[in-house]
Write a protein that binds this ligand. Sequence first.
Ligand SMILES: *Cc1c(COP(=O)(O)O)cnc(C)c1O
Length: 384
Amino acid sequence: MSWQQRLDDALAARREKGQFRQRRVNEQSEARTLQIGGSRYLNFSANDYLGLSRDPDIVSAWQQGAERYGVGAGGSGHVTGYHLAQAELEQQLADWLGYPRALVFISGFAANQAVIAALLAKNDHIFADKLAHASLLEAAAMSPATLRRFAHNQPAALEKLLASPGEGETLIVTEGVFSMDGDSAPLAKLHQLSQLHGGWLMVDDAHGIGTTGEQGRGSCWQQQVKPELLVVTFGKAFGLSGAAILCEQPTADYLLQFARHLIYSTAMPPAQAFALQAALLRIQQGDDLRQRLQNNIAHFREGAQALGLDLLPSATAIQPLIVGEEHQALALAESLRQRGLWVTAIRPPTVPPGTARLRITLSAAHRADDIQQLLEGLHHASRQ
Ligand SMILES: *Cc1c(COP(=O)(O)O)cnc(C)c1O
């Protein structure tokens, strides 16, 4: 079979299953709204949970950072790309979250790949929640360790898997707040199990950091758990992009030797690290934003329950509405679009078959009136 034929077949198979993915150009957006194809919509698809992507202080910090440091790091952090702005950011993150060290990565995807690839060896075992993010599961599958997945948020299922001990080290992997279901992991129980088996716990808190816990310190702080490896990302509540791993001193030193995504890749632009410092400050002082987000979540859930909609038990900004079949989810999303509401349908293979859904995300930037419009839209669309 030729390359051409292989690609054609794969594309045809995707189209047949109704799973063909297409990007749309976002012509203009701020936290509440976006413009696509010349039309404006209320945006219920973004991960900009606190509305910081347009925060004037953070935008101006990025501009100042660019003037001070230029727009690029100029190299890998192992050469000369490790700038003062990034070093300061790492120190601030470590102090904020109560770890000795933080290492900044260019993205959450890169951080997860790098950490798992650098740490795991043959004979090791990774136990990952079934719904863990693709960046975690893929890294685990590609590593020489044995990957076993446990039923979502069920420590008892993990306990069973742990009962048959093997050689090598054990790593337990979960998210803090799950990106597709919006629910929180039972971190204390998972950490207890991992400690009992001499393992480490790795928590990816992409969706918890900034939105929950005192000063926005996230799911682990909120649940009083300190995993050996904590990944936080900056593309969600922080409103920018990038990520960091929080860990002990020797782990950080080890990753600096063996994490290839740090060694062989250009470091984060220092202007961005400077802007991230401003975002961190806003998050630390962001009780007002977190309160607004909580109000919007409560407003939405009360309204949706009154309409009899099938919501998952999520207390977070991620409010999935389970629809079932893919075509139903797509039709519902399309009908909402016609009412000026942008909501993304999430389909297999991103979520299990039969659980196609609308992934509704709320932000502190939404106004009460926006939530009301969403509820009215759902009311009309779901009756069609
Ligand atoms: C978004 C996300 C990532 C990827 O982070 P990026 O910085 O966007 O690459 C990793 N893990 C989880 C759970 C996520 O939701």
